[in-house]
Design a protein around this ligand. Sequence first.
Ligand SMILES: Cc1cc2nc3c(=O)[nH]c(=O)nc-3n(C[C@H](O)[C@H](O)[C@H](O)COP(=O)(O)OP(=O)(O)OC[C@H]3O[C@@H](n4cnc5c(N)ncnc54)[C@H](O)[C@@H]3O)c2cc1C
Length: 419
Amino acid sequence: MRPDGAPASGPVTIVGAGIVGICAASWLIRDGHDVTVIDEDEPGNRCSFGNAGGICPGSVVPLGMPGMMKKVPSWLTDPKGPLFVRMAHLPAALPWLLRFVAAGRRTRVEAISAAMAALHDETIVRYRDLVAWASCGELLVERGQLFLYESARELAGDGFGLELRRRAGVEMDILEADALRQLEPALAHRFSHAVFLPGQAQCLNPHRLVRELAARFVAEGGCIEQTRVTRLRAEDGRIAAIATEVGERRIGTLVIAAGAWSARLLKTAGIRIPLEAERGYHVTVADPGSAPRIQAMWAKRKFVVTPQEGGLRFAGTDEIAGLDAAPDMRRAQTLLDQGRELIPGLDAGRHTMWMGHRPGTPDSLPVLGRDDRYANLLHAFGHGHTGLMGASVSGHVIADLVAGRCPELDLAPYRPDRF
Ligand SMILES: Cc1cc2nc3c(=O)[nH]c(=O)nc-3n(C[C@H](O)[C@H](O)[C@H](O)COP(=O)(O)OP(=O)(O)OC[C@H]3O[C@@H](n4cnc5c(N)ncnc54)[C@H](O)[C@@H]3O)c2cc1C
């Protein structure tokens, strides 16, 4: 047991029934705790609803990379680009953006990458366990992942990212055009090279995954309440209670897993965390006609195509526009247009579009672990672009901390007071 790892006392309340909160709830109920999850929405209805399903230990390359300063003008002027900042939100987002650029320094990126590798290393192993427990093993497929490049020069331009993966021990095969065509004949012939990462998995329906885990959690005696938490009330170095729309609730141990809304809630207890909603979009095509089998990322355009239970999903883009602005579905339309270029035989007749708020910290790492300011407060949010793959391990870490067990993961890189 760690010196600071005294077991938590009393019932556990988790705010947030996204994939992170529900994974934590699942591990906690398996440990025999009294657990309630509170969410203003139904489980998995927010960001965890429509992600690309990637569960990839090879995801060790942060969003912020060296050389970003050159790209700043396009963030403000190119609404079709992979990262776009809405002008109206720029003043509010500026401090976060400055930290984001600072996190792109080479030495910083190397440390962040090591922390991503440590967090994601066991993700597939943890999910195998969770989906077996919830009897939904069919949702987890292990087919690897592809990164697509249009020239040898473009591949070489990604050298630092490849180097980070090599350092993390990620297995990679470089494919040339002919091998790629044999592997995935549905893809356009414009790609001269691909990097294939064999040891990666996908979830075929991220929304159903949350619902299946939530259903098993409830079957095991867990409780899910649908109401909004409006405030945390601190008293004598603890969070004594939370205010909800249906009244106040006394707290034993509190876990904040409220995704992109976490910082807003924590502010009511005087805790300030730089968190932006990195808004992403998807288009899911119901009967695509032609489709790849393996999840693939078009490296230049920075979006992913991924087979799903409900069709073929194109997902990506990062729009900094805050929590409350309406979605801009032109971004989803851009994904669809680019999807047609990626898969020439695509039949996009029936499709749906969606936007979700990724909970983004400036350094691409979540906020995970105890908060030294309040003895009974734990954090599990801020997983940004990799929250599905981060959730299975983060949830386990939370269960370890509640039980007073020493987590296998060194939590220093994810500390809430690192900013
Ligand atoms: C287009 C796109 C593609 C992505 N692809 C991938 C991928 O391939 N792999 C991957 O690992 N990640 C991916 N992600 C990221 C991933 O989806 C997120 O990191 C993850 O879903 C975050 O989960 P969460 O539980 O933290 O947040 P959420 O799912 O948003 O859940 C937070 C919950 O908290 C609740 N809540 C908030 N405030 C309150 C309150 N005050 N009171 C009550 N309830 C509250 C909300 O209602 C919500 O249900 C992608 C994201 C997007 C947008």
